[in-house]
Design a protein around this ligand. Structure first.
Ligand code: R5P
Length: 282
């Protein structure tokens, strides 16, 4: 088994190969004058696991090129740690493309692994055996190592409450999610459902931070409610445009994320859960 690292996930591919103690295939990437990507696998392979997140359209092309370059392999596993277009997982307005389905159908492999994918129904769009891995315990473990004071984990909404629960149960600490309470026709307050955050260190967890809007609003709110230090944690640090500025402006102490997308804030590697999944499917 060799690990093939895509252009967007070279650190992670290296860490997976290191964890498994297996080889890493070298790939050449370059661009033609018109901007098109050229990808070439520089070794012969029989069984491979390709690791490539698809943050941009070009990342997706790179992944499809790698799968094609592995055409002669006996077995091809594909790990898409962060899968772009996953938020368009159904038809919201008549006539729309289900982008997640279009992307999933293009990714042909024996086994496909995603990490905390936006919605589990996307797994059924893949042709091969598709499994979603949970990186929240790894994030939880890291949160437990940074010396927080009377910590609580908060999800910005009910949809992310299961993530807060997964991280908190790793540490045996409190968790909660924010809830809107309507006080009158035009007055709504947003606060933690059960817990008081006053003077506590709070870690807000979500599956991804994209524009940073959700997280910035949550940080401001919890600080107004007396939280001590507020950390912004997520699995996928998309951090588009000025998201980082928004989070610091809102008063975050730090941003914590995994390397499903390789950024400065990727303090937690998901390599151990990928390595484990590959071992189980050898
Ligand atoms: C929503 O379904 C997700 O869990 C995130 O809360 C959302 O995608 C974050 O987006 P943004 O950073 O743009 O507010």
């Amino acid at each position: 088994m060799k690990i093939v690292g895509g252009k967007a996930s070279q650190f992670l591919a290296g860490r997976v190969a290191q964890t498994l103690g297996c080889g890493l295939a070298i790939v050449e990437f370059k661009h033609f004058p018109d901007g098109e990507l050229y990808t070439r696998l520089l070794e012969d392979i029989d069984e491979v696991t390709i690791v490539q997140s698809t943050v941009t359209d070009s990342d997706l092309i790179c992944l499809l090129q790698l799968i094609d370059a592995c055409e002669d392999a006996d077995k091809v596993n594909v790990v898409v740690p962060y899968m772009g277009y996953a938020r368009q997982d159904k038809v919201f307005i008549k006539g729309e493309a289900v982008s997640a389905r279009a992307v999933a159908r293009a990714i042909k492999a024996d086994n496909i692994f995603t990490i905390n994918i936006h919605s589990k129904n996307i797994l059924s769009f893949f042709d091969g055996n598709a499994v979603d891995l949970d990186a929240m315990p790894l994030l939880g473990k890291y949160i437990g190592s940074i010396g927080l004071n009377n910590p609580v984990i908060i999800a910005p909404d009910e949809g992310a409450a299961h993530l807060a629960q997964r991280a908190a149960s790793e540490l045996g600490i409190d968790y909660d999610h924010l809830e809107k309470t309507r006080l009158s026709g035009d007055k709504v307050i947003l606060k933690a459902k059960k817990l008081d955050v006053m003077a506590r260190d709070v870690v807000i967890v979500d599956d991804m931070i994209s524009t940073g809007g959700t997280m910035a609003e949550t940080i401001s709110l919890l600080r107004e409610q007396g939280a001590r230090n507020v950390y912004a944690a997520c699995i996928h640090p998309v951090l588009s445009s000025n998201a980082v500025l928004k989070l610091y402006d809102a008063g975050t102490k730090d941003i914590i994320a995994t390397d499903t997308i390789e950024k400065v804030v990727s303090k937690v590697t998901v390599a151990p859960i990928i390595a484990e999944a590959i071992k189980e499917n050898l």
